[in-house]
Structure formats: structure tokens, C-alpha cells
Design a binder for this molecule. Structure first.
Ligand SMILES: [Zn+2]
Length: 175
């Protein structure tokens, strides 16, 4: 039983390691991406300052801002273009969840310090997730203001950290 249960712990392990991480939580031009590779799924958790997404960090006020927000949200929901897992893993996008107080998404609260984020979860169902040797990260193409992605990944083999800088798109998941 212990052997069967072990992979299911990775998401919880990731959450625990994230809260202990010293990386800055909110930096304009940057994003945090946490990746959990489990036997039958790969989950990407993105923490993105709204500045990196839109250039402003409050609810849209003008038609142009509303349109920019709608375009950005549509890009994030089109996660098949944002995250392409190694075809060997046989993954299919299953769920996208977006949360942002300023954009009235997911019931999130608005920040009180004038800096607002968008948090997103992208879940892929995979036939053989452990075979994923890499993932192509399309965030730079989708988000022109984004310059850097700080990645933390948890696979069955352990934890790893990586930094992706524009224009790099490939995240290695092999060790
Ligand atoms: Zn900010």
C-alpha cells in the first residue's frame, strides 16, 4: 500500500515546499510555475503578477483594459498552447482554473497592497506521465511582458528547480 500511495503525495509535498521557499512571491516581469508529475497527471500551477499579464494590477476600467483582460484570460484558458508535455507521456488537457480578485475570477479576494496576482492551475490527464522528459512552456509567446519563469518541479524522482528566461521554452523534467 505504501508504494501505491507514494506518488499521490507529490502535490502536497510541492505545496509544503513552496510555502517554505524564499523566492519572491510577486515580481513584475516574472512568474512562478510549479509542476507536479504524478503517475496519471501533470499539473502546472502558475502564480503571475497581473503586471506581467496586463500591465496593471486592478480591475479593468476602460474598454481597452477590459478587452486586454479578456484576451489574456482567453490565452490562459487555451492551455494546450501554453503547456505542451512530452508526447511520450500521452497527456490531454483536463482542467483550467483561474483565480484573480482584480479580474473577478474564481472567487479570489482582491489584494490590499495594490499588487494583484493571477493564480492558475492547469491539469493534464496522462496515460504515462512518468515518461515526460520535458515540457514546452509557451508563456513567453503568450505574455509579451513576461521575462522570467521560476520553476519548481516535483516528480517521483524528487524535486528540482529551474529558471526559464526568454526566449527559452523547454523545461527538462528528466534528472
Ligand atoms: Zn505588482
Amino acid at each position: 500500500m505504501a508504494a501505491m500511495r507514494k506518488p499521490l503525495v507529490t502535490a502536497a509535498l510541492l505545496a509544503a515546499s513552496l510555502s517554505a521557499s524564499a523566492a519572491p512571491a510577486h515580481e513584475h516581469g516574472a512568474a512562478r510555475l510549479d509542476v507536479a508529475v504524478e503517475p496519471s497527471r501533470v499539473v502546472f500551477m502558475l502564480e503571475l503578477p497581473l503586471d506581467s499579464l496586463l500591465g496593471f494590477e486592478r480591475a479593468p476600467r476602460t474598454d481597452a483594459e477590459r478587452k486586454a483582460a479578456d484576451v489574456a484570460i482567453a490565452r490562459l484558458r487555451d492551455a494546450g498552447a501554453l503547456f505542451r508535455v512530452d508526447p511520450a507521456a500521452g497527456c490531454k488537457l483536463e482542467r483550467v482554473e483561474l483565480r484573480s480578485g482584480a479580474l473577478s475570477l474564481g472567487g479570489a479576494a482582491t489584494s490590499t497592497d495594490g499588487h494583484d496576482d493571477l493564480d492558475a492551475t492547469f491539469e493534464f490527464a496522462c496515460t504515462q506521465a512518468q515518461k515526460a522528459g520535458f515540457a514546452e512552456i509557451g508563456l513567453f509567446a503568450a505574455l509579451p511582458r513576461l521575462q522570467r519563469v521560476d520553476v519548481q518541479a516535483v516528480t517521483r524522482k524528487g524535486q528540482m528547480k529551474a529558471t526559464l528566461k526568454r526566449p527559452t521554452t523547454r523545461l527538462s523534467l528528466a534528472r
